[in-house]
Design a protein around this ligand. Structure first.
Ligand code: CA
Ligand code: CA
Ligand code: CA
Length: 319
C-alpha cells in the first residue's frame, strides 16, 4: 500500500505524541457535560480520538489523560462544578473501521469494538493538574488497519452530566508514569473540539490529511465567536481565508484540491483576534471530502508541515 508506506516514512522524530500536540499550539481539548449549552463551544459533548500504533511496537502502550476531572483551575465552570465526563478506551475489530466511529456526530454504534477500559471523572480534583493512566494495553488488542501498517485504538470522552467544560489532553506513551513517545505512533480525530489560547498574539494550527481520492474539501467550524481568522496553507495555498462562525453556529467553506496537494497534510491556522480579546474560546473543526467522508486530523502531520510552493501555484494559474 502506497499510503501505508507514506504514513510510515513520514513520522516526524521528536514531535510530541500528545493531543493537542505541543506543536499545534493549542492549550487543551474540551468536552462539556451533557446538560451544557452548545453556545459555550461544544456541539455534541463527545470527543473521539484514535491512537495509531505501528506493528513494530510490541511492548505495552498506555494512554494518559491530563486533568481528566472537571473542577480545577483549568476547567470552565458554569455556576458550581457539577460535571462528569467518562473516558472509554476501545480496541478490536471495528473500533476504527466501523463507519459510525468515523462519523462527526456521536450516533449509532460509534462505541464500536471491544471496551477495554472506562472511567468516569467528576469534580473531585484528585487528578487536578495531574495524569490518569489507562493501560497497559497489548498493541495486539487494537484493530489492525492495513493502510497504517499498524493497529488502532479509540478513546471517547463523553459528557455524562452537568453543564461545565472539562479541559484535558492526551499522551500516547510507552510508560505508565511518564510521557514517552511510541516510535512511529500518532493520534488523530475526525472532529477536533478544543480551547484556543487567550493570548491575542497566538497562532494555532492543525493538520488534516488529504488522501489521493480527494478533489475538494469542505471545512466547517463551530462557535468561533469572531475570534480573528482561519487560514489554509498547503503546497498550493498561501493562507486562503476560511469564513468563520459566530456564536453557536456552523460555517462551511469548500476548497478545490489539486493533484500536488494529494497525499499531503494541509495546515488550518487559527489566528487570534488582535484588536478584541476573546477569552475561553472553545471551537469545533471538521473537514470533509467531496464524498462527505470525514477527513482525519493527525497530531503528527503526515508528510510533515506543508510548505507553500509558489511554482505549484503558478502551474495552477497556467492550467
Ligand atoms: Ca455547573
Ligand atoms: Ca479537566
Ligand atoms: Ca466559542
Amino acid at each position: 500500500m502506497i499510503l501505508g508506506c507514506l504514513m510510515l516514512m513520514y513520522t516526524l522524530p521528536g514531535w510530541s505524541q500528545s493531543a493537542p500536540a505541543e506543536e499545534e499550539n493549542i492549550p487543551y481539548l474540551v468536552t462539556f457535560g451533557s446538560n451544557a449549552d452548545c453556545s459555550w463551544g461544544d456541539d455534541d459533548f463527545c470527543q473521539i480520538f484514535f491512537l495509531q500504533i505501528p506493528t513494530t511496537q510490541t511492548e505495552p502502550i498506555y494512554i494518559r489523560v491530563f486533568d481528566p476531572d472537571t473542577g480545577g483551575e483549568l476547567d470552565e465552570g458554569k455556576g458550581e462544578f457539577n460535571t462528569k465526563v467518562r473516558f472509554s478506551v476501545y480496541g478490536g475489530n471495528g473500533c476504527y473501521t466501523h463507519e459510525d466511529a468515523k462519523n462527526v456526530d456521536p450516533v449509532g454504534n460509534y462505541r464500536s469494538g471491544n471496551l477495554l477500559a472506562s472511567k468516569s471523572f467528576g469534580t473531585s480534583n484528585r487528578y487536578d493538574n495531574g495524569w490518569y493512566t489507562f493501560g497497559p494495553f497489548n498493541p495486539q488488542e487494537g484493530e489492525y488497519v492495513e493502510k497504517f501498517d499498524g493497529r488502532v485504538f479509540k478513546i471517547i470522552a463523553q459528557g455524562e452530566t452537568g453543564d461545565d467544560g472539562n479541559l484535558y489532553s492526551y499522551y500516547l506513551s510507552t510508560h505508565s508514569k511518564e510521557n514517552r513517545e511510541i516510535e512511529g505512533g500518532n493520534l488523530f480525530t475526525f472532529e477536533y473540539t478544543f480551547r484556543l489560547s487567550n493570548n491575542q498574539n497566538n497562532v494555532s494550527q492543525i493538520y488534516p490529511y488529504v488522501d489521493d481520492r480527494t478533489i475538494s474539501i469542505k471545512i466547517s467550524n463551530f462557535d468561533w465567536d469572531n475570534d480573528g481568522f482561519i487560514r489554509i496553507v498547503s503546497v498550493a495555498k498561501n493562507g486562503e481565508l476560511c469564513p468563520v462562525s459566530g456564536e453557536d453556529n456552523w460555517i462551511h467553506k469548500e476548497f478545490k484540491i489539486i493533484e500536488e496537494e494529494r497525499n499531503t497534510s494541509i495546515e488550518v491556522q487559527f489566528i487570534k483576534n488582535r484588536t478584541q480579546r476573546i477569552n475561553n474560546n472553545n471551537v469545533v473543526l471538521t473537514v470533509q471530502n467531496q464524498y462527505g467522508e470525514m477527513m482525519p486530523f493527525f497530531v503528527v502531520p503526515i508528510g510533515g508541515i506543508p510548505v507553500y510552493n509558489p511554482r505549484i501555484r503558478m502551474r495552477v494559474i497556467e492550467r
